[in-house]
Design a protein around this ligand. Structure first.
Ligand SMILES: *Cc1c(COP(=O)(O)O)cnc(C)c1O
Length: 438
C-alpha cells in the first residue's frame, strides 16, 4: 500500500479524529452507474420473503398482525427536528422522519432485514435440495418437527459486534439450526446473554470485529455442515437490506410524501462494515435514482467505509493504518475495515458521509427520548448527525448547490435511519441515559 492517500484532504481530518463531512466525488448520475446488480435481484429477495411469510408468522407470532412481514414504521419527528435546530443553531429545511428499524420484530435492529433473509435463503436451499418443500408449498410446513430435526444437523456461524449475531442467532435457532456466534470485544454483555438464553453458542474474542469474522469463517469452513454468514462479502445480506427500499416507497406514498426533482429525499444511515446501509442505499437508488441522496454516518474513531472510499483502497485499508483505535461507544459501528464488496458498489451511488464523536450519541439519544419519547440505541443515534449538519459543513453545502437543490430544500424530506434499540434491557437504557462523555 502506497502512502499517496495521506495527501487526500479528508484523511488529515480522519487521522486527527476530527468530526467531518465528506462528499463522494466518484458518484455518477444514476443512469451511468453501470451496476451489475439491479431491481430484479431485489424482487427476487422480496418474493422469497413473501414465500416465507407463513413460516415467519408461525415462528414469530408477533409478526402475525403484519402478515409475516418484518417491517418498521416511518414516523414524523417534528419536535426532534426543532430540538436539533436549537442544539446547533442551524436550519433543517423540509421534514424530518425516523425510520424505526430500531423496532423491527424478532431482532430489534436493521439486522432483522439482512440477517433473517440470509438464514431463510439458506434454509430454502437446503429444504429444496432435500425435497422437503417445493417453492409452491406453504412454507409453514418447515416449522414441523421433522423439518426442525433435519435442520438440526446443520450449523450456522457468524462474526458480529452484537446485532448481527442477535438476528442470525434468533432466526437460526427458530429454524432449528445449531448456531455459533463469534463476538468481537466491542459486543455488549447483554447481547451475549440474550443469545445464550436462545441456546446459541457465543464465542468471545478479545480482538476486534475483523478478527472475530476471520476466525469464525475459518472454523465454519472446516465443517462441511456449517454455513458462514459473511458480513464482509455477503450479497444475500445486502439484498435482504435492499428490500427495505420498496417498502419505504409504499410508506412514503401512503403519507403523501413525494420524491422527485422538486422534492428530494435525504437519507442518513449509521455505517459499520457497510452491508446494511449499503444494501438500503442500493435499493433506494434503484427506486429514486438521482432524487435520493444517501449519506452514511460513522464514529470518528471508526470511519472504516469513509476511509476505504475516499482512498479507493476499500478493504485494503483499516482505521488502525491511520492511527485510529477503531473503538467506540457505538458498538454496532465498531468496525475498522470496511466491506470491499459494498464499498465498490457504493462508489457511483453514495452522496457522502459524516463522522461524529461518541459524546453526541448519548446527547441525541436523550434528545429523541425527551422530545418524541422514542428510545433507540447509541449506535443508531449517529444518524442524527446528518440532518443536524447537512447545512453546517462547506462540503455538503457545496453538494446542495452543485446538484441544483437549493430551491428544493423547503420541499425536501430527511430520513434518519434508526438502526437498533428495542431489545435493549431497561437497566441498560438507564445506564445509557446517564452516560455523559467529555
Ligand atoms: C450493524 C449496525 C449498523 C451498521 O450496519 P453495517 O452492515 O455493519 O454497516 C448500524 N447500526 C446498528 C445499530 C447496527 O447494529
Amino acid at each position: 500500500m502506497g502512502e499517496d492517500y495521506k495527501k487526500i484532504p479528508v484523511i488529515g481530518k480522519l487521522t486527527k479524529a476530527e468530526e467531518t463531512a465528506w462528499v463522494n466525488q466518484k458518484r455518477l448520475p444514476f443512469a451511468k452507474a453501470g451496476l451489475t446488480i439491479g431491481m430484479a435481484d431485489i424482487d427476487d429477495a422480496e418474493d422469497r420473503l413473501e414465500r416465507f411469510a407463513p413460516f415467519i408468522m408461525k415462528c414469530f407470532p408477533e409478526t402475525r398482525g403484519n402478515g409475516g412481514m418484518i417491517e418498521s414504521a416511518l414516523v414524523r419527528i417534528p419536535k426532534m427536528q426543532k430540538c436539533l435546530e436549537e442544539m446547533y443553531g442551524t436550519d433543517i429545511p423540509g421534514k424530518l422522519l425516523l425510520k424505526e428499524d430500531s423496532h423491527l420484530a424478532v431482532a430489534g435492529s436493521i439486522k432483522a432485514r439482512g440477517g433473517i433473509y440470509e438464514v431463510l435463503k439458506h434454509t430454502e436451499e437446503l429444504a429444496l435440495s432435500a425435497g422437503l418443500i417445493s417453492t409452491a408449498d406453504d412454507y409453514a410446513k418447515l416449522a414441523e418437527p421433522k423439518c426442525r430435526e433435519f435442520f438440526s444437523q446443520y450449523t450456522i456461524q457468524v462474526g458480529s459486534t452484537g446485532n448481527l449475531g442477535l438476528s442470525i442467532g434468533i432466526a437460526s435457532a427458530a429454524v432449528g439450526y445449531r448456531v455459533i456466534v463469534h463476538m468481537s470485544a466491542d459486543a455488549r454483555q447483554w447481547k451475549k446473554d440474550m443469545l445464550r438464553s436462545h441456546g446459541v453458542t457465543v464465542i468471545e474474542y478479545a480482538s476486534d470485529y475483523s478478527a472475530a469474522v476471520k476466525e469464525g469463517r475459518r472454523l465454519s469452513d472446516e465443517d462441511p455442515k456449517s454455513y458462514f454468514v459473511d458480513d464482509e462479502n455477503s450479497v444475500n445480506l445486502f439484498m435482504g437490506y435492499a428490500v427495505a427500499a420498496k417498502r419505504l416507497k409504499n410508506q412514503l406514498d401512503k403519507q403523501n410524501i413525494p420524491v422527485d426533482a422538486a422534492h428530494p429525499l435525504f437519507v442518513y444511515i449509521p455505517c459499520g462494515v457497510g452491508g446494511a446501509p449499503g444494501g438500503v442505499t442500493f435499493g433506494l437508488k434503484e427506486i429514486w435514482g438521482d432524487n435520493v441522496h444517501c449519506f452514511f454516518v460513522e464514529p470518528v474513531q471508526a470511519p472504516a467505509m469513509l476511509l476505504g472510499m475516499a482512498t479507493g483502497l476499500h478493504n485494503g485499508i483499516s482505521v488502525q493504518d491511520i492511527g485510529l483505535t477503531g473503538q467506540t461507544h457505538a458498538d454496532g459501528l465498531a468496525v475498522g475495515r470496511p466491506s470491499g464488496f459494498v464499498g465498490k458498489v457504493m462508489e457511483p451511488l453514495l452522496s457522502g458521509e459524516f463522522t461524529l464523536s461518541d459524546r453526541k450519541l448519548y446527547d441525541y439519544m436523550r434528545a429523541l427520548l425527551s422530545t418524541e419519547e422514542i428510545f433507540i440505541e447509541p449506535s443508531a443515534c449517529a444518524a442524527f448527525e446528518g440532518p443536524a449538519k447537512l447545512l453546517a459543513y462547506e462540503e455538503t453545502k457545496a453538494y446542495i448547490k452543485q446538484n441544483g437543490l437549493e430551491g428544493a430544500m423547503e420541499n425536501s424530506a430527511h430520513i434518519a435511519w434508526a438502526t437498533g434499540g428495542s431489545l435493549v434491557p431497561e437497566e441498560i437504557r438507564q445506564e445509557y441515559k446517564n452516560t455523559r462523555l467529555d
